[in-house]
Design a binder for this molecule. Structure first.
Ligand code: AMP
Ligand code: MN
Ligand code: MN
Ligand code: MN
Length: 304
């Protein structure tokens, strides 16, 4: 397995993807199928980061060992900051342990309770038996997410497609965007850090924040013990990436990379993301808790 570089060079790709989903949350591929696809696409390092759960990690770890890839355990946690639903990727080299065990139980309960509120609200706009219909779309007994409700709205003919479902009912600020159940971002960062993990602000360019407000988010996050930000998340504008890189470098935050892949056939694929610019922000694999990512053996990355 090739060693990862100590710094980012100008406009490069790396065989690394630290943000992807499986059927353990709202992804379409099983953990095994996802790992296989990552291997086919030439990745050497990956993380499985399902929404508020690490249930897919054991299966992914077995597949990674088979496929000769280095897997870092992880998840993507739903949080709240200033009335906005902010996502935090937790990279957990020691696996699920410590405060995260209780944290994920809380997130699961919050998600189950939130689904009931979302269902009530969608019933008022015409989606009868919303909870049951979302459950059918989920096709398993995992806690429901907004994508399941989006599919139910489409199946019932209330909206023409998935993207209109978010635009009209489920997206930021709409009726079905219920945030009250999620813990404050500082609380979530504390769980991650206390459990041997590294907390990463997910897709910072996707919250519709001004540059100044994004800086405030980073400051709050950093004060709580957060140390990394996704510098590249899927496809993004190169000027915005360079500007974001400056915000990271100013604060000495580590830079992570991920596709946020959910399903084949969309514009995203494992490892497919915009180029990483030259920046003083250190790669996340330079973080003391992840240093052994650089020259890791295939299989699950585990702290010695
Ligand atoms: P949840 O975790 O249940 O709050 O659902 C959030 C998920 O819904 C995200 O991770 C995406 O997979 C999907 N999603 C959120 N916003 C949109 C959007 N505007 N268009 C399409 N999918 C979205
Ligand atoms: Mn998702
Ligand atoms: Mn997200
Ligand atoms: Mn995601």
């Amino acid at each position: 397995m090739p060693q990862l570089p100590y710094t980012f060079d100008a406009d490069q790709r790396y065989p690394v993807d630290l943000h992807m989903h499986s059927t353990a949350s709202d992804g379409a591929l099983t953990p095994t199928e996802l790992v296989t696809l990552c291997a086919e696409r030439g990745l050497t390092h990956m993380s499985l980061t399902d929404h508020d759960t690490m249930d897919g990690i054991d299966e992914a770890a077995r597949a990674a060992e088979q496929a000769g890839l280095c897997l870092i355990a992880g998840c993507e946690l739903s949080t709240r900051w200033q009335g906005i639903n902010i996502h935090v990727v937790a990279l957990m080299p020691g696996g699920l342990q410590g405060a995260m065990v209780e944290g994920l139980i809380q997130q699961r309960d919050a998600r189950i309770q939130r689904a009931e509120v979302i269902a009530e609200r969608l019933e008022k706009v015409g989606l009868s038996n919303a909870l049951e219909k979302a459950r059918v779309q989920a096709g398993s007994d995992r806690p429901l997410g907004r994508p399941d409700f989006a599919r139910a709205l489409v199946a019932d003919g209330l909206v023409p497609d998935w993207s209109s479902a978010f635009k009209r009912y489920l997206g930021s600020g709409k009726k079905g965007d219920v945030k009250a159940h999620w813990p404050e971002i500082s609380q979530v960062v504390a769980w991650v850090v206390a459990s041997g993990g590294v907390a990463v602000i997910a897709h910072p360019l996707r919250y519709g924040l001004t540059r100044r407000k994004r800086g405030l988010l980073m400051d709050t996050f950093q004060a709580a013990g957060g140390q990394a930000v996704e510098l590249v998340s899927g496809q993004q504008n190169s000027d915005s990436t360079r500007d974001l890189a400056r915000q990271l470098a100013e604060r000495e935050l580590y830079a992570s990379l991920g596709s946020d892949f959910h399903f084949p056939g969309s514009h995203a694929a494992p490892g497919s993301m915009s180029l990483v610019p030259r920046t003083a922000a250190p790669p996340i694999w330079q973080h003391p808790r992840l240093l052994h990512l650089r020259d890791a053996q295939p299989g699950l990355l585990a702290n010695a």
